[in-house]
Design a protein around this ligand. Structure first.
Ligand SMILES: [Zn+2]
Length: 456
């Protein structure tokens, strides 16, 4: 049985051109042939014809920066401590389904807790549940003052954290070897922290020698390496060490860019976290106004250097850092494409290519996804409208006519009526301190009295 998908407009991501009136023929979940509809072979008995001759057909999108274990977290403690990891896996599976429903047929998760994301990946791959194709890292390797070293030294980096503390290259290499055995698809190293201090600059958590040693070992084991690096120094060390992908790269300088070009590193700026934070957070949020203000400065630096990198021909991947309260699953992934157009000077076609053809390089299925070409999986997004004219329509759920994985239309019925998980270990007790002054302010002079129980 073959499926004939009639496409009004077809954008394959093989180049930046769209073709009119094409037919994709799908067999065994893969693209079997693509023909102009007028000369396409006629369907045989038993074949299925799907008519999208009024629609725009493109490869399923890919987000390489989704954190399935975070649970749309309000705080770092939410991410690292409160929920049991088993709960995080169940919750993360539903998060993955929301990503798929938003038109993203593949994702990569750079940092997870326990074995949460590899477990979700495997459960979907084995056919237990419907979901996107997933590639996963493990816990991010971090040093003192890096990501995940948020807590006081007397707490440290807990076992349930998304970070694994490695205070030197030897410890990092040990962790990389462990993660290889646990079946990760790649390794993530946190080069710098997240304190976003643009005046003194972020200090790299690892030296050049430490970074190079860890990257060499990961590559020796056949694992790609992604780093979190906002700061000038972290970007430079990572690029010189020849990492595969640099997330953020906001304060990259010319020396860093030179090393990125020389070693063929790919960049994934992840503007969503920065911009959503500036645009969406409210004065009632705990991070306000510190985060939005710091992110405004970060955006200014990033716009200049990342545009320069784009002009220099650096390969850009695309990811949204979904999993935080400001980047919830299934909501804003496609907005990152709009940010690429608005802030970095990409055309809509180039932004789509970043989110499809370029992103596939970082996935375990890199040979099989990201472009619509004979032999690849028929992972397809059907849109009502033309994203090459208006990239923002990819964010509009009503415009997403069909999401197909391996040629099969995905119909996910996900409840939006989900109660917040009662965090039984999060002892939220009192929101303020009840001094005499404060109590009198609330209750006046009559503080009340509990009467003795009446005699029975
Ligand atoms: Zn992230």
């Amino acid at each position: 049985m073959k499926k004939h998908i009639r496409c009004g407009t077809l954008f394959t991501s093989c180049d930046d051109q769209a073709l009119k009136d094409q037919t994709i023929i799908v067999a065994n979940n893969r693209v079997d042939a693509i023909h102009p509809t007028e000369s396409a072979p006629l369907p045989s008995d038993g074949d299925v014809v799907v008519d999208h001759s009024n629609h725009f057909v493109m490869p399923g999108l890919i987000d390489i920066h989704v954190h399935l274990s975070y649970g749309n977290a309000l705080s770092e403690e939410d991410i690292d401590i409160y929920s049991p990891v088993e709960y995080r896996a169940l919750r993360g599976l539903q998060g993955a389904q929301r990503v798929l429903r938003a038109g993203f047929t593949s994702l990569a998760d750079p940092a997870t807790t326990g074995h949460v994301t590899p477990a979700i990946r495997d459960a979907i791959e084995c056919g237990l549940f419907v979901g996107p194709r997933i590639s996963s890292g493990g816990r991010q390797i971090t040093n003192r003052q890096g990501l995940s070293d948020w807590y006081p030294t007397w707490i440290g980096v807990p076992d349930t954290s998304i970070g694994a503390l490695a205070e030197n290259a030897e410890a990092g290499i040990k962790e990389i070897r462990k993660q290889k055995k646990q079946g990760v698809d790649f390794v993530k190293i946190a080069m710098d922290g997240d304190s976003m201090n643009p005046t003194t600059g972020l200090v790299s958590g690892y030296t050049q020698a430490e970074t190079t040693a860890m990257v060499e070992e990961a590559h020796r084991l056949g694992l790609k390496v992604v780093v979190h690096a906002r700061g000038t120094e972290g970007v430079l060390y990572a690029a010189r060490a020849g990492v595969d992908v640099i997330l953020h790269a906001s304060w990259m300088d010319d020396e860093g860019l030179e090393a990125v070009i020389k070693n063929d590193c790919m960049l994934c700026p992840t503007l969503s976290l920065v911009l959503n934070d500036i645009l969406f957070t409210q004065p009632t949020d705990g991070c306000y106004p510190g985060f939005p203000n710091a992110h405004r400065q970060e955006l200014e630096a990033a716009r200049v250097m990342l545009s320069k990198a784009r002009e220099a021909g650096v390969t850009f991947l695309l990811g949204s850092d979904s999993g935080f309260a400001v980047t919830p699953y299934g909501e804003w992934h496609a907005r990152e494409l709009e940010y690429y157009v608005d802030y970095l000077g990409f055309t809509p076609a180039e932004a789509i290519i970043c989110a499809t053809r370029n992103n596939r390089h970082f996935l375990r299925e890199h040979e099989d996804v990201g472009i619509l070409e004979v032999g690849r999986y028929a992972d397809i997004l059907v849109v009502d409208g033309n994203p090459l004219a208006d990239i923002a329509i990819l964010q509009n759920r009503e415009r997403l006519v069909s999401v197909m994985k391996g040629g099969d239309h995905i119909d996910l019925n996900i409840s939006d009526d989900v109660k917040p998980h009662v965090l039984e270990h999060s002892y939220s007790m009192w929101g303020e301190v009840y001094t005499q002054d404060r109590v009198h302010e609330i209750l006046g002079d009559n503080l009340g009295h509990i009467p003795a129980r009446a005699a029975e």
